[in-house]
Design a protein around this ligand. Structure first.
Ligand SMILES: O=c1nc[nH]c2c1ncn2[C@H]1C[C@H](O)[C@@H](COP(=O)(O)OP(=O)(O)OP(=O)(O)O)O1
Ligand SMILES: [Mg+2]
Length: 198
């Protein structure tokens, strides 16, 4: 497989995947290059939404498609916003309003634990009966005051005690090495290699 379509319209994800794929010798094309519209994400699990996006994109392009469904799960909010992270503060999607709502919802709560989840789904074609699926998690805490200019989404509020900084303060390469997305992609690449060398 030397060409893949990325089934996402999120500029932050596109940036991170471009960097992650750069050394791999796999051409990664954004679905916008094929005028693929946004897929429905009607499901209550990351894995089902990831599959829906990958299948929709493979169908529309005739090429293998990789989708990322991700979000942040906050312990004190019983796992919310979870699969609804992108639309937490309603439509149209806005990172700023999502972050404001998250901080408001956590006001007065002492348990600040949260983790990112990323599920990747790779459909080699629209009817692929055996899509590759992997998952990564990244654990941290929500801070009330944003820090850093990097990353995207909830990153300025996602604090990593081990690193003493937020995800938005990490170098892009460091985030990709340890993030939910980076971990899920390493697993996906391992599965791809196993499939090619049975
Ligand atoms: O590393 C991350 N750093 C910060 N925020 C993140 C990250 N990873 C996911 N997130 C947040 C952003 C968005 O609020 C939601 C993903 O929602 P999700 O539906 O998967 O993506 P999306 O609608 O933005 O784009 P698309 O579906 O076209 O890929 O989780
Ligand atoms: Mg989405």
């Amino acid at each position: 497989m030397n060409k893949l379509v990325l089934a996402s319209n999120n500029a932050g994800k596109l940036r991170e995947f471009a960097q992650l794929f750069a050394p791999l010798g796999i051409e990664l094309l954004p679905q916008s290059a094929f005028n693929v519209g946004e897929a429905e994400e009607p499901h209550v699990t990351f894995v089902e939404n990831a599959l829906a996006k990958a299948r929709h994109c493979a169908q529309a392009t005739g090429l293998p498609a990789l989708a990322d469904d991700s979000g942040i799960c906050v312990t004190a909010l019983h796992g919310a916003p979870g699969v609804y992270s992108a639309r937490y503060a309603g439509e149209p999607k806005s990172d700023q309003r999502n972050n404001d709502k998250l901080i408001a919802d956590l006001a007065g709560k002492t348990d600040r634990r949260a983790h990112y989840v990323c599920v990747l789904a790779l459909c080699r074609h629209a009817g692929d009966p055996q899509p590759l699926i992997t998952e990564g998690e990244w654990h941290g805490e929500i801070v009330a005051t944003p820090r850093g200019e990097g990353g995207f989404g909830y990153d300025p509020y996602f604090y990593l005690p081990k690193h003493g900084c937020t995800a938005a303060e990490l170098e892009a390469a460091e985030k990709n090495r340890i993030s939910h997305r980076g971990v899920a992609l390493q697993q996906l690449l391992r599965k791809l290699r196993e499939n090619q060398n049975p």
